[in-house]
Write a protein that binds this ligand. Sequence first.
Ligand code: KG4
Ligand code: ZN
Length: 355
Amino acid sequence: MQKQKKSRITPTILGIETSCDETAVSLVRAKRVGKNYNCQVLWNRVHTQIPIHRKHGGVVPEVAAREHAVRLPVILNELTKDFPLAKLKRQIDAIAVTAGPGLVTSLLVGVEVGRTMAVAWDKPMIATNHLEGHIYANLLSTDNAKRNFTFPVLVLIVSGGHTELVLMKKDLRYQLLGSTRDDAAGEAFDKIAKLLGLPYPGGPVLSKLAATGQASINFPRPMLDQNNFDFSFAGLKTAVLVYLEKHKKYIAANVAASAQAAIVETLVEKTLRAAKQYSPKTVVLAGGVAANTMLRAQLKQRFTETLPKMQVMEPSLTYTTDNAAMIATAGAIRFLNGYQTSWKNVRANPKPELK
Ligand code: KG4
Ligand code: ZN
């Protein structure tokens, strides 16, 4: 994206998110306050397709895209009930759409609707990286509390498709420290849940079951013994499968608790190790798996014990899993830093780098 002059205005950004199986629209107003931002969510809707995909045990890309195409105009129409069209047209400074990563067929719906609106309303656009959205979701509060990053920031991104440790020395700049070599943390939750016969998406269901069990099985902590910031969760899934085949009378809650403990410990200890090496001022949790209660609690506890000066931030639960407020917020930060572009330059890109 071409960088232009920093903007001094207080932009109102329309955000559109259709990267996977949530159709979402939001309106966010952002303001620069010194080195920080004050981001206010004016409107926010998420339509989840989970009940549709549950029948298939996972997201069916074509079904997801068709559902986005049906739902997105309906949600935009709801927006015009609260913000009359003429006012909306005047008020919006730019349209931010998730350009990737995600399922290309799903991304295309949001991107093309966004481009069409940008042409019709003559507005600039921001092609937003979904992971950047998850990171900047941390600036949104549901209780008016101030939320700011103090740089350098270390981010643990944990979603359905990504597990990454990223260092940010300033806004919108990312240095990848490590990532998963196979399955993402959310994928591990989902696949292990499936082995236990739990419905899609497995993460929240498995963690609920885990709360009723004991972490009594010593599953491997993948790559914890290796001196790098990479992750690998495919072996853990296999270890659970082998256990289930060997112990026909297994206690599902104990398997869930033990698998969750292995995933959480690996994520937390690698983050601690990165924090010791890079000395960030803020440690940020981002992505759908950040909704996991145990991950939130352990991350806070381990940092309080070992690196108490570092501020640990988690997104508020409303903005943790996929939503468009995070896309509008990341879009607003980009807009304020001069990154808006023409609809002509916006394309769906299923595998962009965070840069
Ligand atoms: O960020 P997200 O909403 O979508 C992607 O960008 O992928 O993340 C979805 C992932 C799924 O794998 C889901 O199972 C997982 O986040 N997840 C959880 C929890 N809530 C959602 N995993 C563990 N515990 C949870 N409470
Ligand atoms: Zn996501």
